[in-house]
Design a protein around this ligand. Structure first.
Ligand SMILES: C[S@@+](CC[C@H](N)C(=O)[O-])C[C@H]1O[C@@H](n2cnc3c(N)ncnc32)[C@H](O)[C@@H]1O
Length: 223
């Protein structure tokens, strides 16, 4: 027995059904080896990775049609990584990251459930250096700005893993840390635009939130 309960649900993205194993509810908690505690994950936030948050569905819908050509793509704070599964199905060059000790195991199970091949996974803790992670042309994330320290932490992490010319797309459900995050990113030299996401998710549920899009272009100067 793993010490937590799961459920199976279907998430439809762009008309394609994804069968997803998730935690039964946000009350689940199990950390028998203390791995989550060691990583800095509190018991109150342990279950957050194991739920498909509404912003994940919005990001996944966007990735169903997004131009992926030639891009190395990283999902940060991926949780159950729905957007990454969509990109992987489209044969994008995808890497999934999170800091939760169970995130990779759930990813493997969900790849099998959807008859998808292996997908790159790297632990990506925003609070520390992750030298193995590398750099990416497109960095995506959903609902990753819910704690006070996250704007600064996340902006610095993104900057360490963004290629010299890069785009960053975050779906945020109108949380209070959005403004601070945009300030941190502009301070690091990124231009940004925001736009309201659709008011409804594909499953008919209402959604209130935005796309935050940041870009940085390296202009080569020749003398
Ligand atoms: C609210 S959940 C969102 C999960 C998923 N992106 C979604 O929208 O369904 C926040 C995610 O960020 C991850 N996370 C939080 N703090 C982190 C950190 N310091 N480093 C890496 N991941 C982190 C959590 O493990 C969790 O998966």
């Amino acid at each position: 027995m793993p010490g937590y309960h799961v459920k199976y649900q279907t998430a439809t993205v762009g008309g394609t059904d994804y069968l997803i194993r998730s935690l039964l509810n946000l009350q689940q908690y199990s950390d028998p080896q203390g791995e989550a505690e060691l990583a800095g994950i509190s018991s109150a936030s342990w279950s957050l990775f194991g739920h498909i948050w509404p912003s994940a569905r919005i990001l996944a819908e966007a990735m169903h049609t997004f131009d992926l050509t030639g891009k190395r793509i990283l999902e940060i704070g991926a949780g159950l990584a729905l957007a990454s599964l969509v990109i992987h199905r489209r044969a994008g060059d995808m890497t999934v990251s999170d800091w939760h000790p169970l995130s990779q195991a759930f990813l493997k199970e969900n790849l099998l459930l959807n008859k998808l091949g292996p997908l790159k996974y790297q632990t990506g803790n925003w609070e520390s250096a992750n030298p193995e992670l590398g750099q990416f042309d497109l960095i995506i994330g959903s609902d990753v700005l819910y704690e006070r320290q996250q704007p600064g932490q996340l902006a610095a992490f993104i900057d360490r893993h963004a290629a010299p010319s890069a785009q960053v797309i975050i779906v945020d459900p109108d949380r209070g840390n959005r403004v601070g995050f945009c300030r941190e990113m502009t301070g690091l030299g990124y231009d940004y635009t925001t736009r309201r996401a659709n008011s409804f998710i594909e499953n008919g549920e209402p959604f209130k939130g935005r796309f935050l899009t940041f870009t940085r272009s390296l202009e080569l100067e020749f003398s």
